[in-house]
Design a protein around this ligand. Structure first.
Ligand code: GDP
Length: 231
């Protein structure tokens, strides 16, 4: 006699038990360990002027990285609003700063750099905007610098590194798309990139917007950089 002949029907096999049946998918919903998920957020506007005045004045946390690094996806995951920043937006908006207000801080989405097709004058305009913002913005409390974990820093990334060092601002290096590597592939890449970027280990945060890895930790660091307390 085979084991199959003894099976009792109606309990859902291996997953069966005393509880109700599991839903076919899990809705992500707000993450209670992410301090940015539980606060309201509002789009303030897109501005070409690095010295634009926003009211009220609050600490600003800026996000910067190469285009396609996953910045829009990360912003959406951080605040738990899938449609907030546009994913894979076209190169059109490369010279605008996007401000999002939370009760006690602004998230500032700086334009992505490194468009292969950008003209010389577009590159110069970009550089002027970002240099002025990073150097002179009084409210800038910290910079979240995004890098794709799979790639070595590009020439544009190294140019940004020089600008970040020169600005003297606190920087957190965020490695994106960690879900694209195997578990054993992640640690050596983190070591290589930490060194190549000239950052300390505690200045690196591993993330994946797809799997939510590191997102709540990043949110906590952002709140701390903006002065602690509620976001
Ligand atoms: P942005 O240009 O820096 O704003 O990058 P986007 O957020 O538009 O993302 C660029 C591409 O990378 C899109 O196709 C995203 O779906 C993809 N992407 C972004 N984040 C992740 C991630 O964490 N994991 C994976 N596998 N893909 C991602």
């Amino acid at each position: 006699m085979t084991a199959a002949g003894k099976r009792v029907s109606g309990t859902g096999g291996k997953e069966g038990g005393k509880g109700a049946r599991r839903a076919p998918f899990v809705h992500p919903g707000p993450d209670p360990s992410n301090p940015l998920h539980i606060q309201p957020i509002q789009f303030v506007g897109s501005f070409p002027d690095p010295m634009v005045r926003v009211e009220p004045a609050l600490p600003e946390i800026a996000f910067i990285g190469r285009s396609n690094v996953g910045k829009s996806s990360l912003l959406n995951a951080l605040v738990g609003r899938p449609g907030l920043a546009r994913v894979s937006a076209s190169p059109g908006k490369t010279t605008l700063l996007n401000f999002y207000r939370m009760p006690r801080l602004y998230l500032v989405d700086l334009p992505g750099y490194g468009f292969a097709r950008a003209s010389k004058s577009a590159r110069a305009g970009y550089r002027r905007l970002v240099t002025a913002y990073l150097r002179e913005r009084p409210a800038l409390a910290g910079i979240v610098w995004l890098l794709d974990i799979r790639h070595q820093p590009s020439a544009d990334d190294l140019e940004m590194q020089a600008l970040l060092i020169e600005s003297g601002r606190p920087v957190l290096g965020v490695l994106t798309k960690a879900d694209k590597l195997t578990r054993s592939g992640i640690a050596p890449r983190v070591r290589e990139l930490t060194e190549a970027l000239g950052l300390q280990q505690d200045q690196i945060q591993l993330t994946s917007s797809r799997s939510s890895m590191g997102i709540a930790e990043l949110a906590t660091s952002i709140v701390a950089a903006a002065g602690g307390g509620n976001p």
